[in-house]
Ligand binder design. Structure first.
Ligand code: PMP
Length: 357
């Protein structure tokens, strides 16, 4: 058991069990007597693991049969471009809800390929809430949303449901709660939060929405190639996929995404209760839109902010400094963060208040 409390936003805390098992795979993968770093991605050792990883995603999220599960590289950032490249004809419009820095970047990239209707935005108040009072157009190539906003600590509790495809950047919340995959047509996420280490991006795509654009797409950027080759179009990021598989298996052993939701809800409840109670701190996101995963808060006095960060570091808390666009603190509470870490942070905040408040 590590004594460090890892509240990092990503790369983030992973289950110890998965890390330990991957260390044994680094020494010798299955019965190969080769490291997982050395085996061919065409070997049967790898083929079985890749299949198991895909199966694990399908099982955890109940992915319908007409959807492909892809393991790609390039991070969520690459999906900002790959989505419109594949789904936005140059004379059509895609609808985006702008809920933060990442959504903003996705919008910028989409504009390269076609028209963008930014139907709602909370930019004017530094993205501290999820816009809700907007009307979606009747027609569009797709709608793009970011259900959990890692930097600003906001999270959608309900999803829009238009008559056209819905694309969701779920980087910081995939596997943290049950979702109905059939409500979406493309889900993507960098693995480095709830799913595994950096280096692999999962894409879950309804195959029926592909092939509508008539522009030429370079091979790697064309989803259809990855669907056809089952994520072996190029050499896949073998180790990150392996570690993601072990992490997802751990999620299943813990009771699946429903169990993760219950644990995450409880951690978030404890965290926000203390933020609201403590006279030295205050939350930055609108209460009804608070993220269960990333809790953002500030100290009411700048002096306390510096002091608290210093004390936190001295007490083995890492990753608590807020993103520069919000300031203050951010406690990221991904699946593998134990409840005890939140209890310890709450304890430190209480102790801090009693001494300096
Ligand atoms: N979208 C969201 C919601 C994120 O949290 C992040 C990373 N923090 C990204 C996109 C960018 O991901 P990547 O670094 O994998 O490109």
């Amino acid at each position: 058991m590590t004594s460090v409390h890892n509240f990092s936003a990503g790369p983030a805390v992973l289950p110890r069990e998965a890390i330990e098992e991957s260390i044994s795979g680094l020494r010798s993968f299955k019965d190969s007597e080769l490291s997982v770093l050395e085996i061919s991605h065409r070997s049967s050792w790898w083929g079985e693991t890749m299949e198991a990883a895909e199966e694990q995603v399908r099982k955890l999220l109940n992915v319908p049969d007409n959807y492909s599960v892809l393991f790609l590289q390039g991070g969520a950032n690459m999906q900002f471009g790959m989505v419109p490249y594949n789904l936005l004809p140059s004379n059509e419009t895609a609808v985006y809800v702008n809920t933060g820095t990442w959504a903003d970047k996705a919008i910028k990239d989409a504009k390269i390929f076609g028209h963008v209707n930014e139907v709602a935005s909370s930019k004017e108040s530094n993205f501290n809430y999820i816009p809700k009072d907007y009307t979606l157009p009747e027609k569009a190539a797709y709608l793009h949303i970011t259900p959990n906003n890692t930097i600003f600590g906001t999270q959608m509790k309900a999803f829009p449901n238009p008559d056209y495809p819905v694309v969701a950047d779920m980087s910081s919340e995939l596997f943290s709660r049950p979702i109905d995959v059939s409500q979406f047509d493309l889900i993507y996420g960098g693995a480095q939060k709830n799913m595994g280490p950096a280096g692999v991006t999962v894409v879950i795509v309804n195959k029926d929405i592909l092939g509508r654009v008539d522009r030429e797409i370079p091979g790697f950027f064309d989803y259809r190639n990855h669907v056809k080759k089952e994520s072996l179009y190029n050499t896949p990021p073998v180790y990150p996929i392996y570690m993601s598989y072990l992490t997802m298996r751990w999620v299943e052993e813990q009771g699946g995404v429903k169990a993760m939701k219950d644990r995450n809800d409880e951690k978030a409840r404890m965290m926000y209760e203390e933020i609201d109670r403590n006279s030295l701190f205050e939350g930055t996101a609108a209460k009804e839109d608070r993220s269960v995963i990333n809790a953002t808060f500030v100290a009411k006095d700048e002096e306390y902010e510096r002091k608290f960060l210093k004390e936190a570091a001295e007490n083995n808390f890492v990753g608590l400094k807020g993103h520069r666009s919000v300031g203050g603190f951010r406690a990221s509470m991904y699946n593998a963060l134990p409840r005890e870490s939140v209890e310890a942070l709450v304890g430190l905040m209480q102790d801090f208040e009693s001494r300096v408040g």
